[in-house]
Design a protein around this ligand. Structure first.
Ligand SMILES: [Zn+2]
Length: 265
């Protein structure tokens, strides 16, 4: 029975960014990883961001097509790194509500588990506010569902954040930087659908839809693209400092090695 899930910190970053992209709707995606020790441990190394098919505030659904695409992506990654990677779970967000899975979540989870017993669900609860905390906080839970009579219950799975899956760092940064594009595509689609519903000659409606789209894109730039750019620039600065320090250390060690070799010979 599945005991523990290891989630790479880079994937956590991608999922959290994705979850923080909207306060109004739930977002979702799939998780790629490996199953170890006869199914007692699952390690997650990548995510696949899914476009919302239908923007409903409290509902998330994965289509067959999205599942197939994620499976293909997992196969690509598996070949790239030479490890048996596959789709091992799904994630979604709970903006402004408790982290615990709803009945619908447990039913969805149960359906996936029937196909794959090690399949896991992860929920990112975001924009949580309580009186004691100054800033909104984030909570993460990892769960599976089990049948208790005729109802499904939640089984919490131990979740460990880990940074030891370095080979996929680049892949995860690519996904992170794709996020604004995916969000913009969703807005374009919503705009197209709205325009389709209205009379072509209704100028007020048309202006309204254009304005809504402009606000939405401004939101993506302000809340996602700009903070992401700032974060990545800061990370780059830190990496450069680290690189400099490591180069210095390398030089020191090399000259030490040279000295030792000289003494020996
Ligand atoms: Zn949910």
């Amino acid at each position: 029975m599945l005991q523990k899930v290891q989630l790479s910190t880079d994937v956590t970053l991608v999922c959290t960014q994705h979850a923080l992209s909207t306060e109004k709707e739930e977002i979702m995606g799939l998780l790629i990883g490996e199953v170890h020790n006869d199914g007692t441990l699952v390690s997650i190394v990548s995510s696949v961001i899914l476009r919302r098919l239908d923007k409903k505030p409290d509902r998330v659904e994965i289509s067959e097509e999205q599942l197939v695409q994620a499976t293909l992506r997992a196969e690509e990654l598996a070949t790239e790194v030479g490890r048996p990677l596959r789709v091992v779970g799904w994630y979604h967000s709970h903006p402004h509500i408790t982290v615990w899975p709803s009945h619908v979540d447990l039913a969805t989870q149960s359906m996936y588990q029937r196909m794959d017993p090690t399949f896991v669900g992860i929920i990112f609860a975001v924009f949580l506010t309580d009186q004691s905390a100054k800033a909104p906080s984030i909570q993460i839970t990892c769960f599976q569902s089990f049948n208790e009579g005729s109802t499904q219950s939640r089984r919490e799975i131990e979740l460990e954040l880990t940074s030891n899956n370095k080979s996929l760092t680049l892949n995860n940064f690519e996904i992170l930087t794709q996020l604004p594009t995916i969000l913009k595509e969703e807005e374009d689609e919503a705009y197209k659908n709205d325009v389709g519903d209205n009379e072509v000659d209704d100028i007020i409606n048309k202006q309204h839809n254009v304005a809504v789209r402009t606000i939405a894109i401004g939101h993506i730039v302000e809340k996602i693209s700009r903070p992401m750019l700032e974060t990545l620039v800061a990370r780059n600065t830190i990496n450069n400092i680290r690189l400099k320090a490591l180069k210095k250390k390398h030089q020191e060690l090399m000259s030490k090695l040279e000295n030792t070799t000289n003494i020996q010979s």
